[in-house]
Design a protein around this ligand. Structure first.
Ligand SMILES: Nc1ncnc2c1ncn2[C@@H]1O[C@H](COP(=O)(O)OP(=O)(O)OP(=O)(O)O)[C@@H](O)[C@H]1O
Length: 265
């Protein structure tokens, strides 16, 4: 489903700010794989997602989605089949537009149909049904501007928009990190529900090691632009947080002290 082969990315090459973010990373996902991505600060997790989404061009390597090489395709083309939810609830939705206008945009993602002028009552009914699934009462606020919603409501809406037309690939970049714990929990439950409902192939970056081991079927840990371990099956089932820390130490030669990953657990 997704094959990432030997991708390299260096930011600001040749300058004092040169940063090697991805060091020839390879990763293969089967359809329906839900892979959590963990790693210390600056390990390259966001860069990995950004490269798949086409935010930055790769220096080297290939990215193949359903047998199609996409590494040279611009971000807006990839956006038609990649759903994304970012850490910042202000991204992913248009603040000045209403809930129904945002949803109408999301429905048209990837469609060759021209933008219709109005939103039909049939569309409204569908939006209401979908919003009800969030359990946040947003179905009664279709004409509310998104800028007036709370961070959690906005993030739940972004998640709905990212999955309304089921994407080939869902990319979640610490999408609950900026929310208060109970809202984060709720958005995470919704995430799991959406992934299950649409059987979405997913890459989810998280700093929460407990979530990383609980959600999905595979966990990769990154360090200095590489994958230092890849847990699945029985091995993953039997792995606990202290084991992760020990594995990190062994693979990276340093302890995880001071990283946000520790603070989140
Ligand atoms: N747009 C950019 N311009 C310059 N350097 C960048 C850019 N994006 C990332 N980097 C650098 O690339 C490296 C990897 O960063 P990245 O954000 O991918 O790490 P991360 O694992 O997501 O970290 P964190 O958990 O702290 O968010 C870091 O050294 C970072 O400073």
């Amino acid at each position: 489903m997704l094959s990432i082969v030997g991708i390299r990315k260096t930011f600001n090459p040749g300058s004092v700010n040169e940063r090697l973010a991805l060091a020839g990373l390879s990763l293969h996902l089967q359809a329906g794989d839900v892979v959590t991505v963990i790693g210390g600060n600056g390990a390259g997790k966001s860069t990995l997602l950004n490269m798949v989404a086409g935010v930055h061009p790769v220096d080297e390597g290939r990215i193949i989605i359903e047998n199609q090489a996409v590494e040279h395709l611009p971000e807006h083309i990839r956006a038609s089949y990649i759903g994304r939810v970012f850490q910042d609830p202000m991204m992913g939705t248009a603040a000045s537009m209403t809930i129904e206008e945002n949803l109408a945009m999301a429905v048209r993602r990837g469609s060759t149909r021209k933008l219709r002028r109005g939103i039909r009552s049939k569309d409204r009914q569908y939006f209401c049904e979908q919003l009800e699934l969030l359990g946040l009462g947003l179905e009664d606020r279709l004409t509310t501007r998104v800028g007036l919603l709370s961070g959690g409501q906005r993030q739940a809406l972004t998640l709905l928009m990212a999955t309304l037309v089921p994407p080939k690939l869902l990319l979640l970049d610490e999408h609950t990190a900026a929310l208060d714990p109970s809202t984060a929990q709720k958005v995470l439950e919704l995430t799991e529900k959406m992934i299950k409902k649409h059987k979405l192939t997913t890459l989810m970056v998280t700093h929460n090691m407990e979530d990383a081991l609980r959600i999905g079927n595979r966990t990769i840990m990154m360090h200095e632009g590489r994958i230092i371990f890849d847990l699945k099956g029985e091995q993953r089932k039997n792995t606990r947080i202290p084991d992760l820390l020990e594995m990190f130490k062994k693979a990276s030669g340093r302890s995880m002290a001071n990283d946000r990953m520790l603070l989140a657990n």
